[in-house]
Write a protein that binds this ligand. Structure first.
Ligand SMILES: *Cc1c(COP(=O)(O)O)cnc(C)c1O
Length: 290
């Protein structure tokens, strides 16, 4: 399962007018549908679902959740039914956005729930009810972050990545991706997380999964919150794409790259620092602004 997906991942080093080396690891090119970090997060979850004889997977997400789209595709690919519990009952009567349309096209049943019901998504009692309602179903948490996901995201960095770079950067949503990267990083490396949402709570989420200390997290470039954008962000995304011919999307990777470029421009990194930025994919949810 998943073993047929093409490796190795391409790397691209950018030509920058600053004395650092910036290389992008293009996880967005792993696969046209399960691109980026979601592939790593789903890998061991679906393997477990298969081994345990589940017929269906159920998971949670907002309207822009790349995890929802990736789960729908992966479930169909490996012969599972899939259910998505989606935040916002008002969405039921609206035209689906591209993420939700993608999920539905891959056979996912979408259930739109109120924000108050969605808030119960981590509660044992609610999960028990869902299990009764949907027997034979593996429940994967929002964003796909659990122990099996982190087993997968530990495989994002290769042995060469541990040798060849001083700083690893990645976008952060629920923290599962950065947790695996931190766990598999070498002690000399620094891992920088760029949060796609506002608030400090993510630090303790990440600490749940790792005891290591060689990382930090900033929400300085979250543009006001999850899935929010600013004209500056959209302009940065457009300029970056034109200059380097690497597509970004506005929810995660553009925020990371804008944050990283700010640090580089401020000479935050010592001369000759070798930076690896992980392109986590997510391009199916890309906003077309031009
Ligand atoms: C989901 C996602 C992330 C965040 O991953 P977490 O493990 O939830 O932190 C980052 N980038 C992209 C493109 C994503 O789709």
């Amino acid at each position: 399962m998943f073993d047929h997906i093409a490796f190795p991942t391409p790397y691209q080093t950018l030509d920058l007018p600053y004395p650092v080396q910036l290389t992008i690891k293009r996880l967005d090119l792993i696969h046209p549908q399960i691109s980026g970090n979601k592939f790593f997060k789903l890998k061991y979850n679906l393997r477990a679902a298969h081994q345990q004889g589940y017929k269906q997977v159920l998971t949670f997400g907002g309207a822009y959740s790349n995890h929802i789209a990736a789960t729908a595709y992966a479930a169909q690919c490996f012969g599972f039914q899939s259910i998505g519990i989606i935040r916002g009952e008002e969405l039921a009567s609206q035209t689906l956005n591209s993420t939700l349309q993608t999920a539905q096209n891959f056979g996912m049943q979408l259930h739109f729930v109120s924000r108050s019901e969605y808030r119960l998504r981590h509660e044992a009692e609610y999960l028990q009810q869902l299990k009764q309602l949907y027997p034979n179903t593996l429940i994967i948490p929002e964003g796909g972050t659990n122990e099996l996901a982190i087993q997968g995201t530990k495989e994002i960095l290769s042995a060469e990545d541990r040798e060849n770079y001083d700083v690893i950067c990645c976008a952060v949503g629920t923290g599962g991706t950065i947790a695996g990267i931190i766990e598999s990083s070498s002690a000399q490396q620094q891992v920088l997380g760029f949060s796609a949402l506002k608030g400090d709570f993510l630090k303790s989420e990440i600490q749940q999964w790792t005891d290591k200390q060689n990382w930090s997290l900033t929400d300085a470039h979250c543009c006001g919150g999850y899935a929010k954008t600013t004209p500056e962000l959209l302009q940065f995304m457009q300029d970056f794409e034109q200059k380097y011919a690497i597509p970004l999307e506005q929810v995660y990777t553009a925020k990371m790259m804008m944050g990283l470029f700010d640090l580089i421009r401020q000479y935050h990194f010592p001369t000759d620092t070798r930076i690896l930025a992980i392109h986590t994919g997510g391009l199916q949810g890309k906003l077309k602004t031009y």
